[in-house]
Design a protein around this ligand. Structure first.
Ligand code: DGY
Length: 326
C-alpha cells in the first residue's frame, strides 16, 4: 500500500516533522514568507491524505469537495476560524489544532502589549531613535499606571486565566466575561464574573481573547467603544475579526478611549499606512502572540503528532471534531 501523503503549506523546522516523515511522504511549500497560492493548495489537496496548514490558509468547503483522499487537517494554531469545520466533518476529515502548548507564551505577549500601550514604550523608544530626547521633563511620555487598575478579560479560557495570573502580580482587579462561569479563575485568581457592559464601564484595560465565531464577529464596535472609560485601553490578542476597525479608529480619534494594543487585525498582514498604524497611541504587532522559538517549535511538533496519530487511526492530542467523526 502507498504511504499516506502530507502537504505542509509553509516552511517549518525540519526536526519537528521527523515523526511524520517516518510514516508518510511529506511535501512542503518551502517558503517562509510566501503563502502557498490558492491553485497550488487546491491541487495538492486533491491528492493529499493530510494537510498541515497555517492560520492564513482558507481551508473551505470548495477544498473539502475536491480533496477526495483527505483524512486530516492539522492547523498550526489554537484558533481554527480559517477552517470550515462543518464542511470538514461532513467530509469525514478530522481537524486538529494546538491548544495548551502556547498558553503561557500568548499570555506573556498579551501582558507585554498591555504594558507597552499603557506606558507608551514603542513611542518612547522611537523618541530616542529619532533624536528627539533633548531634555527630561515631568510629564515627558507619561503613560498610565498598570498596578491596582482594573483589567477586563473578554473570553476567559486557558489564555485568559494565564493573563489573569500575571495581573495578580500587579495587584490588578480582574473582571472577566465568558459564555460560562470560570470557577477556577474565580477561586484561584480572585477574578470576578461581570456582564459585558459592566466590563466596558469599569475596566481600564479591556482585553479580547475570544475565538472568531459568528457571535464574536464585529462585537467590538462603535457602540461598545462608546461605553468604555475615556482612559481605557483596548487590547486584542484574539482575532481581528472581532473588531470593527473603522469604529476603533474613530473611537480613538474622538477620544472615546485612550488607545489600543493590537496583535491581530481584520485582514492580515496590514500595510504601514493602515489607519491604526498611523495612530501614535496604538501599538500594533504582526500576530506574534505565540511567537517564541520554544513555543512555535512545540506547536509544530504537536501539529506533526496530531497528523501522525490520525493517520495511524489513533485519537490525536488535540482535535476539534474527533467525536463527531468517530
Ligand atoms: C493561534 O494559535 O490561534 C494564534 O493566533 C497564533 O498562535
Amino acid at each position: 500500500m502507498d504511504n499516506p501523503s502530507v502537504f505542509i503549506t509553509r516552511k517549518v523546522p525540519e526536526d519537528t516533522i521527523a515523526p511524520l516523515r517516518e510514516v508518510a511522504d511529506v511535501k512542503m511549500w518551502d517558503y517562509e514568507d510566501t503563502p502557498v497560492p490558492r491553485d497550488i493548495l487546491l491541487e495538492e489537496a486533491e491528492t493529499a491524505t493530510a494537510l498541515y496548514t497555517i492560520l492564513s490558509d482558507g481551508i473551505d468547503r470548495e477544498l473539502f469537495e475536491r480533496a477526495k483522499h483527505l483524512k486530516v487537517v492539522g492547523n498550526l494554531a489554537v484558533g481554527y476560524d480559517n477552517v470550515d469545520v462543518g464542511a470538514a466533518t461532513e467530509h469525514g476529515v478530522v481537524v486538529c489544532n494546538t491548544p495548551d502548548v502556547l498558553t503561557d507564551t500568548t499570555a506573556d505577549l498579551a501582558f507585554a502589549l498591555l504594558m507597552a500601550a499603557a506606558r507608551r514604550i514603542p513611542e518612547a523608544e522611537q523618541y530616542i531613535k529619532e533624536g528627539k530626547w533633548g531634555n527630561w521633563s515631568p510629564l515627558l511620555l507619561a503613560g498610565q499606571d498598570i498596578h491596582h487598575k482594573t483589567l477586563g478579560i473578554v473570553g476567559m479560557g486557558r489564555i485568559g486565566e494565564s493573563v489573569a495570573k500575571r495581573a495578580t502580580g500587579f495587584e490588578m482587579e480582574i473582571l472577566y466575561h465568558n459564555r460560562s462561569r470560570n470557577e477556577k479563575a474565580e477561586k484561584e485568581l480572585g477574578a470576578t464574573y461581570a456582564l459585558f457592559d459592566e466590563i466596558l464601564e469599569r475596566a481600564d484595560f479591556v482585553l479580547n481573547l475570544t475565538p472568531l465565531t459568528s457571535e464574536t464577529k464585529g462585537m467590538f464596535n462603535r457602540n461598545v467603544f462608546s461605553k468604555m472609560k475615556k482612559n481605557a485601553i483596548f487590547l486584542n490578542v484574539g482575532r481581528g475579526g472581532a473588531v470593527v476597525e473603522e469604529d476603533l479608529v474613530a473611537a480613538i480619534k474622538q477620544g472615546d478611549i485612550a488607545g489600543a494594543g493590537l496583535d491581530v487585525f481584520q485582514k492580515e498582514p496590514i500595510p504601514e499606512d493602515h489607519p491604526l498604524v498611523q495612530l501614535p497611541n496604538v501599538v500594533c504587532l504582526p500576530h506574534i502572540g505565540s511567537a517564541s522559538v520554544e513555543t512555535r517549535k512545540a506547536m509544530c511538533s504537536l501539529t506533526a503528532r496530531n497528523i501522525r496519530n490520525v493517520l495511524s487511526g489513533e485519537r490525536p492530542e488535540a482535535a476539534v471534531n474527533w467525536d463527531e467523526i468517530k
